[in-house]
Unconditional design. Sequence first.
Length: 557
Amino acid sequence: MPLIEIPRPEWEDIEWPTLGPQVCSFIEERFTFGPGSLQGVRAKIDPDQRRILYHAYEHYPSDYSLYGIAMSGRRRFQRVAASVRKGSCKTELLAWVVACELHPEAPVRFNGYNGSKYGLSQGRPVADPYIPMLAYTKEQVEELAYNALMSILESSDDVDLFDIGLDRIIRLNAYGRPDGKAIPVSGSPSARDGARTSMQAFDEVHRLYTDHHRAAIETMINNLPKRPLEDPWQMSVTTAGEPGQNSYAEDEHTEGVENWEGKKRSRGFYYFHREAPDSARFDTMEHRMAAIWEATGPGVRKWSRVDTIAALWDREGADKQYLERVWANRWTQTAAQAFSREKFEALGDPRFKIPKGAFCTLGFDGARFDDACGLVLTEIKTGVQNVIGFWEKPTKWNQRDSEGRPVPWQVPEAEVRQVFKEAMTDYIVWRLLGDPPHWVETMGDWAALYPDVVREFWTKDPTRMYYAIKNFTSAIDTGDASHDGDPDYVRHVGNAGKRLTRGVDEDGAPRFILCKISPERKYDLAIAGILSWEARSQAIAEDAQPPTKMWVPRRVR
């Protein structure tokens, strides 16, 4: 799906009035490009940008009501997010929008209908605008969106309407007095200023992932409803970020994808994301050029050197994961996959079932809420692996309590305990390795019952986990590991991504840990399989042998 746009076009059953054409015309008539090769050249809106702006400035028709409340003249979207590849002038677009929101003559607010419920009169400017521009650091916003805004206004014929400084841009009224402003911020605006927000701009939101930034964003979003007469809203621009980093871009992408797939419906949220398709390959120059072309908007294609970009992959030491992320705008990067799904899937055969009474090891991993959990069994003698317990949040889970609040999905602990009990009854288990953070009490109970079997394995230990991953990778490459073709196991192994850590191992290979290669793709069974295989390796290293006494299955009561 090279283009994700929500609301999906096929959902639209009415015509939405928009100030978008007026805003686009104003930008092209009054503003120029910012810093770069086109600095000072008259602004030109490309097709993707025009599409985004038309939606960003949509309003409800005159006779529209929502839950019995008249929505006449109200903005349709309070949150607008655009995700495009590097080099698509996204920061420029954000600066142009802020320039319009700040300008004393820009047609950016509803000013009546033009005789038709689907047509709008000439828009009006914002009264006393206050526009915080958030970025990772104050220096970043000053260098990117804010710097572009300064350059655009300084080269505008309307420059005398503003007092432009390095730490704020003030709009001046007819008497030369302050009449609104835009400021660069790296945290929440002050309480006094935050209450005045008319529009807020977030630049490169894939870099906004710290607790400090998350708190600032939450505060700023909650400031938006405080000036209803100016219909405040926010706009964010970004390229794809690193999965699992918990960035605000990841939140918006996850929400956008869930809306696209019909799992939820977010009213007031417009999301535009253009990427290379899932089938994209990056192994040859031809494949890379095709992928980058698909990730590039029609307007940017006219002047973009796709061949030059694709050649970056051939540079010695190139970070191919980064290149795929920023130039193909993909959250799921093929270069980030920890294991070859195709190679692992080929090791499966439905006939590979571990018989009762076999000498085995167990791996256990997972969370309790809104995630997944699993138990993987490995036969020590053969290396065959079987999933014996698996729980995963349903894709369409949407339960709510009596007050309408979301109810988190929870792993049924009783079932987990029962599967473990049956495993200890049906097989000779030499060792279980489990990641304990979410199951401390449960694993403690198991260890009390089987003190020689149950061991903790903290997967957050990067060195220990790296070598367990390396051991599992080697087993896949050599074919020592096999399985029964369980589709969930294959899916989770294919979902596992890698994030490089510092240093290399004794073979000169970069060290890494596992992470999500896409926000919605879980890999808990992969970890359970790795831990189960690691326990098998320990058994072989210690020359572990099954008890000499004949095994007799016991009935579970």
